[in-house]
Design a protein around this ligand. Structure first.
Ligand code: MCN
Length: 794
């Protein structure tokens, strides 16, 4: 299964490396789990939001009287009622870059800037009356000119989303290294391609939800959030409360995919109203609200220019990203497009790589992190353009890739842009992929199928990405937020009877931390993972944490858990050594017992040592009682997973419909903590990539109306559209953390869209179609085929 195996995973004695079933699943699949909507409090009120139907308009007047007169309505608030000094936060402050950041109020002030912009907040006794009352709020709008196309938004004379800046440009930002001019001068072939990476939604199963209770002088907020610790911080700041008075609980969270890595108006608004009214306030998002006002992702237009020698050697790579960030900046909005730049070297040895990013305001809902956040966009443009280059050179796409791979490295590789990859072996991942799929055979099948009007194609993607979002020394100076640092925390508490509780600062919402993290702690302490409870998502329990996003949890939070458990194990060793009159260095953990090396029968189990630590009759002199240790872990570097994916598609030449025949993924996220968790993450991740490539698209019309506001218009792939994924791994340990692990939560998404796109283009090339932008819908493909045949039907 692995090129470099994790010995711990295969010796049969450790839990790390085993495909344990998820501990959290029984309660999730039997309906015993508790989501925000399952929680109700005495005296609870409900909230509904009056939202703008206009994409850009002046608010002339708001008449709330009819709504207020309705039975059961307690209050109707507009911006004038808000006594908050600041609006929603934006946490990217890059040194030396001016970012035009407009105020972003919980309720619109003076103007609305996108469809769905909240104008009034209605609070009442029950869920339905507030929705009815919201319809009675009469808002008079004076429509203003709208701009939805980011390239038009940059042109002279475009309508301005925020006239005070005199431009729709939010900021320019660049990252590069090497001599681009010399690289292009040395090239025999230059390929240029405009690549549209369209807007998509997170589309989590559980919509957003919030319940806020201000009681006494304390605020408790239950939110379906990925970032309870961030939310606590901003609730405290925006409401003028001490952080110690604010508790945020993310109970069960039904998926986030980045869309819940946010500080939303509804969270702040409900908390503010609860304090104002002295009663709990609850709001549950509807699906259509979710499509409209839960942040979107991607939405870039990329201009890529690549230079190569005739033999395929890459000489220069320049990308210009025009990023449509919508009407406001939310928590990390303008940071997301620059994240592409950090991996624009991909897995290749290109000597000069430059990425220029221009971010632009339009009258759409803001974009922000959606699974992969910048890295799927980068990988898509690199890998799609690599295939375009291969075609131009008349070279096999895999041969072109191999020719340019960075050779294997295990302790760091510095790219020309100054980003240091931790470890990589791209050849090995591709070799493993080709053990599962034979391109020559697929091409032979394609020849046969063509006679039946079926166009079979094979596409590849070899990628690397940056995750394990943490090193304070990098993220702080990079401008990542008020928080500054990027560490993670863990506390391991061993109870007197020998079971353990891990408190982690990460906040899982589908990733399976309760299982994987328990495996790590169990191995350090010589117990079963079932004896390790993992507590997360409550800011009042455990140490301060920095939550879950950017596939950071295992590489940062898992390592913190290992370190905290390691500290506990060291204390146990000292206790055991004292009792057995041995040196602590001579105590080893073997077969569930802390025993003297060479005398496996002489020793104590964790339960016995814990008993000693709490009863304290026989402890080393000066040792404090208890078995409770904490770790704050701040790594030296990010981690850089990688992999090689292949996809085979069949396209019906009559209808343009694409069917995925096979999808094979080889990913390398270091030693597997739990291969089942990895497979689950890869399956879900690929589905995101397939969804964007073939089906999903958030689309606004020219007047800024959202025309894909429900799951009827926004096509999420279902099991019926997807193949049975084939997965495998190589394991190249990272030198950054003691577990050697890298992230995998976004890997499938990062590789997926390029892989599918390349397969579709491979299928269509015999028809004379070389490139089409995603989503590769039957209509687009059919039109391209007709156009290649010599005429687009009307
Ligand atoms: N893992 C492992 N061994 C490895 C690497 C990872 O067993 N060598 C396991 C980890 O223990 C963890 C899982 O894989 O259980 C993912 O770990 P990691 O890559 O650290 O990612 P995070 O836990 O930080 O998850 C975040 C990532 C992101 S950014 C998005 S978006 C995302 C995702 O994970 N959203 C998800 N996966 C999701 N899965 C579900 N079900 N729902 C979402 O909303």
């Amino acid at each position: 299964m692995s090129a470099t195996t994790n010995g711990a995973a295969t010796n049969g004695k450790t839990h790390v490396g085993q495909a344990l079933r998820r501990k959290e699943d029984p309660r999730l699949i039997t309906g015993r789990a508790s989501y925000v909507d399952d929680i109700n409090l005495t005296g609870q009120l409900w909230a509904a939001w009056v939202r703008s139907p206009e994409a850009h308009a002046k608010i002339v007047s708001i008449d709330t009287s009819a709504a207020k007169d309705r039975d059961g309505i307690v209050a109707v608030y507009t911006n004038e009622d808000l006594d908050m000094e600041a609006g929603l936060p934006m946490a990217w402050v890059p040194p030396g870059v001016t970012v035009n950041t407009p105020e972003h109020w919980v309720l619109a002030k003076g103007e609305v800037k996108h469809v769905g912009d909240p104008v009034a907040l209605v609070i009442g006794d029950d869920r339905y009356s507030v929705v009815d009352a919201a319809e009675d709020v009469v808002v008079e709008y004076e429509p203003l000119p709208v701009v939805v196309d980011p390239e038009q938004a940059l042109q002279e004379g475009s309508p301005l989303v925020h006239p005070q800046f005199g431009t729709n440009k939010v900021c320019d930002w660049s990252l590069g290294g090497g001599d681009l001019e010399a690289g292009f001068a040395a090239a025999d072939v230059i390929v240029e391609r405009r690549v549209v990476n369209h807007r998509i939604a997170g589309a989590a199963i559980e919509p957003r939800a919030v319940l806020a209770e201000y009681r006494g002088d304390r605020l408790t907020v239950w939110s379906s959030t990925q970032v309870p610790h961030f939310l606590r911080l901003f609730l405290a700041l925006l409401l003028g409360l001490g952080e110690d008075r604010v508790r945020v609980i993310a109970p069960e969270v039904g998926g986030g995919f980045g869309s819940k890595l946010q500080i939303y108006a509804e969270e702040i608004g409900c908390a503010w109203a609860s304090r104002k009214l002295g009663r709990p306030v609850k709001w549950i998002e509807t699906r259509s609200e979710g499509m409209m006002v839960t942040h979107h992702g991607r939405d870039q237009i990329d201009y890529v220019k690549v230079g190569a020698k005739r033999d395929g050697t890459l000489t220069a790579w320049h990308s210009k990203i025009i990023a449509d960030i919508g009407a406001y900046q939310m928590l990390l909005t303008p940071l997301i497009p620059p994240l592409s730049a950090f991996v624009m070297c991909g897995v290749y040895n290109t000597p000069a790589v430059v990425t220029d990013v221009t971010s632009v305001h339009t009258n759409k809902f803001p974009t922000d992190a959606i699974r992969g956040a910048g890295r799927p966009e980068a990988t898509h443009m690199i890998e799609v353009v690599m295939d375009q280059l291969a075609h131009e050179l008349g070279m096999d796409p895999l041969e072109l890739r191999r020719k340019n791979f960075i050779p294997p490295f295990s302790t760091g590789h510095e790219t020309p842009i100054g980003v240091v990859y931790d470890s990589g072996n791209y050849e090995a991942a591709l070799d493993k992929l080709l053990e599962h799929i034979d391109p020559a055979q697929v091409r032979a099948e394609a020849e046969e199928l063509r006679e039946q009007g079926i166009y079979r194609g094979i596409g590849f993607c070899t990628y690397t990405e940056i995750c394990g979002n943490a090193p304070s020394r990098a993220v702080g100076p990079g401008g990542f937020g008020l928080q500054g640092g990027g560490w993670e925390s863990a506390t391991v508490r061993v109870h007197a009877t020998g079971s353990a509780t891990l408190y982690t600062g990460t906040s899982p919402h589908g990733q399976g931390h309760e299982t994987g993290f328990a495996q790590i702690v169990a191995d350090k302490l010589g117990i079963d993972p079932q004896q390790v409870e993992v507590i997360h998502g409550d800011t009042q329990t455990g140490p301060f944490g920095l939550d879950t996003y950017g596939s950071r949890s295992l590489a940062v939070g898992g390592e913190a858990a290992a370190r905290a458990a390691g500290k506990v194990a060291n204390k146990v060793k000292a206790i055991v050594a004292h009792q057995l009159e041995a040196a602590p260095e001579d105590i080893e953990l073997r077969d569930g017992k802390f025993s003297v090396r060479g005398s496996p029968d002489k020793g104590l189990t964790l339960a016995e040592a814990a008993g000693a630590a709490y009863v304290t009759m026989d402890m080393p002199d000066g040792m404090e009682p208890g078995l409770d240790e904490q770790s704050f872990y701040d790594p030296e570097n990010f981690v850089f997973p990688f992999g090689a994916h292949a996809c085979v598609v069949d396209i019906d030449g009559e209808t343009g419909k694409t069917k995925i025949v096979r999808y094979v993924a080889v990913d390398d996220c270091g030693p597997a903590i739990n291969p089942l968790l990895i497979d689950g993450q890869v399956h879900g991740g690929i589905t995101h990539g397939v969804g964007q490539a073939l089906y999903e698209r958030i689309h606004y019309d020219e007047s800024g109306q959202l025309v894909t506001g429900t799951f009827v218009d926004y096509a999420l792939p279902t099991a019926a559209e997807l193949p049975s994924y084939e997965t495998d791994r190589t394991e190249t340990p990272s030198p950054v953390n003691s577990l050697g692990v890298k992230g995998v939560g976004e890997a499938g998404t990062i590789a997926g869209s390029a892989c599918v796109t390349n397969a579709v283009m491979d299928a269509l090339r015999p028809l004379g179609v070389n490139y089409i932008d995603m989503p590769l819908s039957p209509m687009r493909i059919w039109e391209a085929i007709q156009s290649a045949k010599g005429g687009v039907p009307a």
